[in-house]
Each structure stands twice: as structure tokens, then as C-alpha cells.
Design a protein around this ligand. Structure first.
Ligand code: GP9
Ligand code: MN
Length: 689
């Protein structure tokens, strides 16, 4: 015992002892901050374990640097490192309180600086308990000053200092591999800053963000006006004349963009257990006032929803890796649908029941010109209101109505649903159709969540009808990407009845719904081949807005349009041929083009080439931030700092708008709410009056 006491004392008064104590205290306070100051959403024992361990590796590495230094200086350096990393923690606590997101170098550096958007100023945001994170530094200093802990001026053997660094790196590797086994693609797919912190910690996040920021910035530094010229020539050479018959028929109408999460075309008219899976969407699909497209494909890459949003609202492809909304959303110049419509007198708003940081929406939507972004914090919450990535669709759409009715008209409102998301979980009380019986657990719930989504849409459409909003609105509905990935071929064979469901079939099942519905629209089912990249040009033509923008899609209603649909990986579909990897198929039969004639060879090579050129031209625009050099006539570039999505700010602005621009549904109803006309059977709201 005495021996132990002696040893402890020796350690306590050594440099190594000081280092260990500093690391332990830093670890403890970071953990405290994780649990009390952030909402990182760790679930399950693995994620909790990772969260608890993740401050250790970087703290060991960073504090360990001081161990290489001799004498008292070593202590001073360690305290300075501690102070700096603590200040990074402190700054993030403050930023997170306002934005539910972490600081990025782009934000710190940007002209649309963070402080611009702080409503109350720093003083109003700080809480006394925030300063707790500095407490350990004070403790360490006091211990040294009072000599309770003695300063050890001896140099630590280089070998030991190096071993500690190696240990830190090894721990970081362990953390990374545990994280990847729980969340593959963590670093490359760039979901959400929250994820990086949850898995790798706040300091690793800073390094990650710094490296990424520099990589992205370097590409932009090297880009010039000349690069834009090349892209401009390409786009101009491929411009088609939009359909004149449809030109401007939706002019001045409200627009609803309804994002059907993970919704594939095959669900339309699909029956399971003798029951229609999506009766409301089926009805809309066949409505005489709906233009429905049955050869419309999703074209997303790793960015999934984010890629779909990028294509829909910019007619630019997502990037080959990660999500462009994350890498470029904060800094690039865009000429996106919300801003274009803003300039045509529209109020623009995005609605989503997830946290605002996901896919960096909170920053990207400002670059796109959204006046409002109603995210998770704007909606009610309660027991079992959430599943997967956020608020359940029935509650989300019902709660959105109160804000929709306040938007000055005409408006452009994008509603992003989320319940029909992998792994298709839904509680018993909301299941109103039995699961399928393929035996594949992540597939069988798909019809249940799709059925639920359909009911939610049905309730929403009913409200539009009750309020009369349907009379002066265009509804645009689309499925963002596949629900069932290429890893479930046997299950898909059972669901579709296709024997030997293969890579060709998987390409064909990238079809997602695309519908445009409007009172008086000459509808029908259109068989043209197209995809998400084509939505914006189609919409602008319907709205009668001159399209002089850099876009890679083509009006779906244009006569003689190219029907070659590019996938993000260079594969393609068209009415004649489909390409998957290095294999070409006849689209109509699914047979492999086994012995192509010289003519066919030429044709296939030409198609492949035009797909890769189109993709690389689009990538140039995003990677080089080329739109900063492009000034379309009649378009004024927005200032990001004009936008603010803080709830209290936005609600005040909305309230003010009822007076300054009294064109909202509610203002026209004498200021009385029409939210009471919304009917939902959501069981979670049963006692809600
Ligand atoms: C999250 C939601 C899901 O907010 O949009 O994105 P996804 O996983 O489909 O890309
Ligand atoms: Mn999605």
C-alpha cells in the first residue's frame, strides 16, 4: 500500500502525471459537454461507447506534443493547447445553441459571418454553465501554483513521448474503424457535421473540416472565367426549344414540391395482400389533370436526398463523391429555383422534420435563396413523434399547414417527407397494411412505410382541397431515389415477380414517380425518358420564366428531346440501350448486346461519351464555383447574409408579412387560421385539440 502511495506520488509530481491528469479532465469535460450542450443523437451501446471514447485519441495526440519539450515550458505549452482546444469547444457550444450545428472554417472565414445571424448577440447566448469547460484549466494552474503538484523540469525520454503519440494515433485508428463499422462512408459521404463529432470527436472534426475546406478551396482558386466559357458553350450547344404549348400555363401559381422519400415508381398501382399500397398517389397519377411520367429516373449518387435536391433546384448533378450541398453549399454561388422564383415575386420556403444540419441544409438553403426553412425545431414534438430521421410524415405535414397558410402568395413550398426511409421502421399503431413476405427484414417494411406516406399525402391533399389552395397551386411530386438498393435482388425478384432479377433490372427500377398536377392541366401519362436533372427546365417553362441559366437538364415536354438518362456513375438508360458497368443491354428486352455491329459500337461509344461529358461539365461548375462568373441577364445575385432561419426571427418576419403583404391564405381569411381544417388520423395526436 505504502509502495503504491509512493509510486502515485512520484507519478503525480512528474510531467507524465500532469499530462495524464490534463487528458482525463479534458476527456471528462468534453463528455459532459456532449451530453449537456449538444444533441448528438447516439443510439445503441456501440454508438454510446464510441461517443465516450472519442475525445481521448486527439487529446492524447495534441497534449502529447508538449511532452517533447523540456523544462517548465512543457507545462505552459500543454496549458496553451488545452486552452485553445477548450475555446474551440466553448465556441461550438455557443454556435450549437443557436444553430444546432457545428462551426466550419467557411463560416468563420465567410463574409456572411456567423455573428450576422445571431439574434441576441453573444452576451444573450452565453449561459453561466458554459464556462465550466474552463474549470479544469484553472484547477491545473492552481495545483501548480500551490505546489500541490510539483513541476518536473526533467525532460521526458524522447522514446516515451513518441510512444504516447503512437498510442494516440492507434486509438484514433481504433475509433475510426469502430465508427466505420457502425456508419460506413462516414468521411466520404459527408452526411452531417453532427455525425463526425458523434463518431470522431470535436477536435478530429476540426481537422476534417480544415482539410476538406482547403481541398475544396484549392479547386476554386484555380478556376477561371475561361472554364465557365467552355461550360457555357457546351450548354448553349445543347439547348432545346421548350414546349410552347405548355409555356407559361402555370404562371403565377403557388408551387408545391413534394419530396416522396425513397419512393420507387413500382409502388404506383402496386397491390399487396389485396390492398392498394398507395391509393392516394395512384389516384393522382391517373388524374386527368396530372402529367405523369413513367420513364423518369432518379440520378443520385452518394448524396442521395441531397443530390436529388441539387438536381431538382439547380439542374446540376451531385458530385461523384459526397454531397455537394455539404462541400459547396455554404460557399458556392448558385442560381437556384428558390432565388429565381424570389425574383419573380414568390415567397419561398422549405419544410423538413429533421434537424437543419443534415446535408448542410441550414447553410445551403441560404445560398439557394430560401426565404424560410422550417425544420425540426418549428414543429411540435412528443412521445413517439419521430421515427428514423425525424418527425413522422402525418404529423410533419399537418404541422406544416400552419406555416403554409401564412406564406404570402404566390409561394414555392418544398416539403421533404422522411418516414419512408430505410430501414422502413414503423410502430404497430401506424401499420395499416401487412409487411411483405420476402424474408428480407429491411425490405418487408417498405410497403408499410410507403402506405403510411401515402395516407399522409392524402390528408395533406384533402386540406389543400378544403382551403381552396388546390385551385391556384401546381403540385409537383417526385421520388428522390430507390428505396431498395441493389443489395436485395432476391427480395426484389419476389416483389416484382421478375425471375433472376439482375443488374439490368436494378437499373430499370431506378424509375421514380414524377407528376405535375394542376387544375385544368392537360394531363396523361408521358413516356419520354428523363430524370431529376430535367425538372427545373420543365418547371421554368410551365411558369413562363425565361431560362438563360446554366442547366444540364431539358424540358421533359420538349419535342425531339434527347432521351439519354445519365446515372451518376456513368451508366445510363435510354429507350434503346441501357449501360450497366461495361455491359450494354437492349432496354426493351433486357438482352445483352452480345455482338455489336460496327454501327452499334459507334452509337454506344457516342452515348457513353455524351454521358461522361455531361457529368464532367456539371462537376466543373460545382468544383470550380463557376457560376460566380456567370451573370444571366435580369438576375440579381443574392447575399447569403440576408437570410436567417432562427425560429423567433423567422416567425416575427412571417407575422410582419401578414400586414406588409397580406396575400397569404390566412390574411385573405381575415387573419383567421385555417389549420383547423386539417384532419389527420395520426394516433400520436389523438388527444390533441
Ligand atoms: C435526412 C433525409 C434523409 O434529413 O433527408 O436523407 P437520405 O438518407 O435519403 O439521403
Ligand atoms: Mn432520400
Amino acid at each position: 500500500m505504502k509502495q503504491f502511495g509512493e509510486r502515485f506520488k512520484r507519478l503525480w509530481n512528474s510531467k507524465l502525471g500532469f499530462f495524464l491528469l490534463a487528458v482525463i479532465l479534458f476527456w471528462a469535460k468534453t463528455l459532459w459537454a456532449y451530453l449537456n450542450k449538444f444533441t448528438l443523437g447516439s443510439q445503441g451501446s456501440m454508438q454510446h461507447l464510441i461517443l465516450a471514447l472519442n475525445p481521448i485519441p486527439t487529446t492524447v495526440i495534441l497534449f502529447g506534443v508538449a511532452l517533447f519539450i523540456k523544462g517548465r515550458k512543457s507545462y505552459v505549452i500543454m496549458l496553451i493547447i488545452d486552452f485553445l482546444t477548450t475555446t474551440w469547444l466553448f465556441a461550438n457550444i455557443l454556435y450549437y445553441r443557436e444553430f444546432s450545428d457545428f462551426l466550419t472554417f467557411n463560416l468563420i472565414r465567410g463574409t456572411s459571418s456567423v455573428s450576422n445571424n445571431l439574434n441576441k448577440g453573444i452576451a444573450g447566448i452565453i449561459q453561466p454553465s458554459d464556462f465550466i469547460v474552463y474549470l479544469d484549466i484553472i484547477v491545473l494552474i492552481v495545483l501548480l501554483i500551490t505546489h500541490v503538484m510539483k513541476i518536473d523540469v526533467r525532460a521526458l525520454k524522447l522514446r516515451y513521448a513518441a510512444m504516447i503519440e503512437v498510442l494516440g494515433v492507434a486509438l484514433l485508428g481504433l475509433d475510426l474503424s469502430m465508427s466505420y463499422s457502425d456508419r460506413s462512408g462516414l468521411l466520404t459521404r459527408t452526411f452531417d457535421n453532427n455525425y463526425i463529432v458523434k463518431y470522431l470527436g470535436l477536435n478530429a472534426y476540426a481537422v476534417y473540416d480544415g482539410v476538406k475546406t482547403e481541398q475544396v478551396a484549392a479547386a476554386k482558386r484555380n478556376a477561371t472565367k475561361q472554364d465557365l466559357q467552355e461550360v457555357e458553350n457546351y450548354v448553349n450547344a445543347h439547348r432545346e426549344t421548350p414546349n410552347v404549348q405548355y409555356r407559361g400555363i402555370a404562371k403565377g401559381k403557388n408551387i408545391f414540391i413534394i419530396h416522396l422519400e425513397s419512393f420507387q415508381q413500382f409502388l404506383i398501382d402496386y397491390k399487396w395482400d389485396g390492398q392498394e399500397v398507395t391509393p392516394n398517389l395512384d389516384k393522382l397519377y391517373h388524374d386527368k389533370n396530372t402529367l405523369s411520367f413513367d420513364n423518369f429516373f432518379n440520378q443520385v449518387g452518394q448524396g442521395k436526398t441531397a443530390d436529388a435536391e441539387m438536381m431538382l433546384e439547380n439542374s446540376l448533378f451531385g458530385l461523384p463523391e459526397g454531397a455537394a450541398m455539404v462541400t459547396d453549399g455554404t460557399t458556392n454561388t448558385f442560381q437556384a429555383a428558390p432565388e429565381i422564383l424570389d425574383e419573380h415575386g414568390y415567397t419561398t420556403a422549405a419544410f423538413h422534420g429533421d434537424v437543419p444540419s443534415f446535408w448542410n441544409r441550414d447553410n445551403t438553403y441560404k445560398s439557394w435563396g430560401y426565404d424560410y426553412f422550417f425544420s425540426k425545431g418549428y414543429f411540435q414534438n412528443g412521445k413517439d413523434f419521430d421515427v428514423g430521421y425525424g418527425l413522422k410524415d402525418k404529423i410533419f405535414l399537418k404541422d406544416s399547414a400552419q406555416y403554409i397558410q401564412q406564406l404570402p402568395q404566390p409561394f414555392y413550398a418544398k416539403l421533404i417527407t422522411v418516414t419512408n426511409h430505410y430501414p422502413y421502421l414503423l410502430d404497430k399503431q401506424n401499420q395499416t397494411i401487412p409487411p411483405t413476405n420476402t424474408g428480407d427484414n429491411t425490405v418487408d417494411g417498405y410497403v408499410q412505410t410507403a402506405h403510411y406516406l401515402d395516407q399522409a399525402i392524402g390528408e395533406f391533399l384533402q386540406w389543400l382541397h378544403e382551403t381552396g389552395l388546390d385551385k391556384n397551386s401546381v403540385l409537383v411530386l417526385y421520388g428522390d431515389h430507390y428505396g431498395i438498393s441493389g443489395n436485395h435482388d432476391p427480395a426484389m425478384a419476389k416483389l416484382t415477380g421478375i425471375k433472376g432479377y439482375n443488374a439490368f433490372d436494378n437499373a430499370q427500377y431506378q424509375r421514380v414517380p414524377f407528376m405535375i398536377h394542376m387544375d385544368g392541366l392537360k394531363g396523361g401519362i408521358d413516356h419520354t425518358y428523363g430524370g431529376e436533372i430535367d425538372v427545373l427546365p420543365t418547371l421554368l417553362n410551365l411558369l413562363g420564366i425565361k431560362n438563360n441559366f446554366i442547366e444540364f437538364g431539358h424540358d421533359l415536354l420538349a419535342k425531339d428531346r434527347s432521351q439519354l438518362v445519365a446515372f451518376r456513375n456513368g451508366d445510363f438508360v435510354s429507350p434503346t440501350y441501357t449501360k450497366v458497368g461495361s455491359t450494354y443491354y437492349y432496354t426493351q428486352t433486357g438482352k445483352v448486346v452480345a455482338h455489336p455491329t460496327p454501327d452499334q459500337k459507334r452509337e454506344l461509344a457516342k452515348m457513353s461519351k455524351s454521358v461522361t461529358t455531361e457529368l464532367s461539365m456539371s462537376d466543373k461548375v460545382l468544383n470550380g464555383d463557376l457560376l460566380r462568373f456567370y451573370h444571366p441577364a435580369g438576375f440579381k445575385q443574392l447575399k447569403r447574409s440576408d437570410f436567417n432561419y432562427q425560429k423567433d426571427y423567422a416567425l416575427k418576419k412571417l407575422k410582419r408579412a401578414q400586414k406588409t403583404d397580406p396575400t397569404s391564405l390566412m390574411a385573405k381569411n381575415g387573419g383567421k387560421s385555417l389549420a383547423g381544417l386539417y384532419h389527420t388520423d395520426a394516433p400520436e395526436l389523438k388527444n390533441d385539440k
